[in-house]
Design a protein around this ligand. Sequence first.
Ligand code: SAM
Ligand code: SF4
Ligand code: SF4
Length: 378
Amino acid sequence: MSERIIPIVDHLYAASVPQVPAHAADVQGQPTDRLHRPLHDLRISVTDRCNFRCTYCMPKEIFDKHYEFLQHADLLSFEEITRAARVFIDLGVRKIRLTGGEPLLRKHLERLVDMLHGLRTLDGTPPELTLTTNGSILARKAQQLKDAGLDRVTVSLDALDDAAFRRMNDVDFPVADVLHGIDAAIAAGLAPVKVNMVVKRGTNDAQILPMAEHFRGTGVVLRFIEYMDVGNTNGWRMDEVLPSQQVIDRIHAVHPLHPLEPHSAGETAQRWAYDDGAGEIGVISSVTRAFCASCNRARLSMEGKLYLCLFATHGHDLRALLRGDPRTGLAPVSDAELRAALAQVWTQRDDRYSLLRGTAAGQSLRNERKVEMSYIGG
Ligand code: SAM
Ligand code: SF4
Ligand code: SF4
């Protein structure tokens, strides 16, 4: 007899309301954290819902019809997201990535893109705006998103073979529709389009070479991601992780590669180029090569909780600051107060889970309840 697994209710993720410093207006400048890392990237998850059930992210047995997704009133409005983003930008953020769940399921997302595009970074330019999507409805949305000010898009695609892809997404979604989405993104000029493939040893690693060969010479940058121990529901096991070096070795044996320099500090992917000039690929070795030392990302959930690490067990409740909290008598804060509170949170950050993974401290973190990838958005 199979036991029913009790669903984890997202809005119960632990969070505390950040303190607003007494002299908020005096807090100026761009903060760095305890490991001297600046705040540069903001990932905003706009929904906890998704039309896929990728086995490594939202396994069907848990994210089933009993699972309690958030109600619309719990989500930050586009105005609240834009206000928070403006304050993050004031603290140094230059790049914003929209994610989810599946971000294109959030109605009128192009309105949010338009609002974020209207913001200005400290050097007077619009923030770099990107989106990560499963590509299922991208063919319909790509041009609208581009027109609203989206710069680039990353499409997740774990196999080229239709049967293998349907098994990975676990809702029988055909690969052809995602490929159409990628074509539409290219046609709309959301370039360079990136494609992310999560590699699970024994599940889709036979697709590495077909994927590489499909995207070679197209201008699309294919990136291979090591299967990560995020969240608590995917039953992660180390023996299902295929180290990135083996991905490179397999491709290099057929299509020789050479390493490229990173574009910027804090870039998570290691870049490789085909010797014959057919473009580049990347590997994101989240498990075998920790990049915490340069991690400059903050993550904001759809209900306004701020997480300082993908593996965090605890968030900071910005929605309470933005809306006020009648339970505690907290009034909505001003932009200056929000800024000062966020600066203080970032200054105290010392998260570095990947560096600690093999240690006793990492083990104890692993035993705590972490946020799910579908909640925080990768
Ligand atoms: N639904 C969108 C998508 O799939 O692109 C955006 C959200 S999804 C959570 C963001 C990224 O996280 C995807 O590229 C997905 O493949 C990746 N991801 C999810 N679970 C993962 C895991 N356990 N290990 C590595 N990457 C994972
Ligand atoms: Fe949905 Fe993206 Fe998670 Fe797949 S990886 S289940 S598409 S949120
Ligand atoms: Fe950043 Fe946390 Fe990942 Fe390290 S483990 S790179 S701190 S998100």
